[in-house]
Design a protein around this ligand. Sequence first.
Ligand code: ZN
Ligand code: ZN
Length: 413
Amino acid sequence: MSKVKINEEKIDKLAHLAVKRGVGLQKGQNLLITAPLESLPLVRKIAEHAYKEGAHIVTPLFTDSDITLSRFKYAPHESFDNSTDWLFKGMGEAFDTNTARMAIAGDDPMLLSEMDPEKVSRANKAMAKAYKPARERITEFKINWNIVSWPGKAWAKRVFPKLDTDEAVVKLADAIFDASRASVDDPVKAWDDHNEKLRIKTNWLNDQNFAALQYNGPNTNLRVGLADEHEWMGGASKAQNGIICNPNIPSEEVFTTPHAHKVDGTVVSTKPLSYQGTLIENIKVTFKDGKIIEASASKGEEVLHKVLKSDEGASRIGEVALVPHSSPISQSGIIFYNTLFDENAASHIALGQCYSKCFKGELDLSPEEISKRGGNSSMIHIDWMIGSNDIDVDGIDQNGNIVPVFRKGEWAK
Ligand code: ZN
Ligand code: ZN
């Protein structure tokens, strides 16, 4: 395809890992893969491993950044409130018949930054609306799914601007393989060990059953109430179809559902947030009764304000996640400009939709029941980083006792 030489053995290992432990593909399942065209070598390997595992039909859906840019440059103005509703309806249907889902991340995170922000915002809104049938089944965890990454050229240049393109791609490839634990001899075994460590943390947090978490640090004084009967999750988890998967590769977080109406105080972002082509930096928000009543950013503030107005739930949070500062991604010192990686470098919260799976019991909770327990609903879900080695986190138990959870960005115990 190109002169770029990415280690082929590692591509194969990542593909195998993604099929075996990522999506956890079962014999007889169909597999839908959305991917940038550049990631074709990885997608081919994934398809090979999927068929070897007994997949029935593997369907790749490719996008291409030049074609995406052509739309924003040349498509008629009135077209930007439209989306491919038919496609996302079809995805919803596929998931209803037990098709597993994989997504390959690899596009330039700033792809749309030079395009007309009004068109981008309208297109994003239309897309978020149309994507609902697919998104709901993913957030409700109806089927096993997984995201892995590919070092796209433009993304690699964004992360390593001083290197020439080929070098940047190879360097980003290595960073992806390392962060994904795909560089080791036996990635599948490495993930079994990693999942076990995360399970010990989630078990402890679930035993504690905290009412709230209190964050203290520079410019941060935030109390996050947790949803009633919330459950902490992390690493491998079981989808409603009974299949165990690791939705994100890499993943270092343990996470749960906060109470959409019990978040108070002020918090600042500790890393830039790359949101659909715009970099939003130095976010500072103040919550009252769960709602953001004040929000500023040193860069991308206009986009942030638009995001917060997406819908009723966009100014409340739907996820709270703990990640130690010593996580390999944080230690790599690389800013990936990609949430999949950057969210695993630091503790974070997410605006918008909650994961309905983060509640006790194997229940298929109705939206009403989720909302009664404090789970937020929205058409967006945007993670942003609030953790660093300056942040302490305390758990406040149901009797008001304070239990140290994080000290200076690390697990307190
Ligand atoms: Zn998260
Ligand atoms: Zn999230």
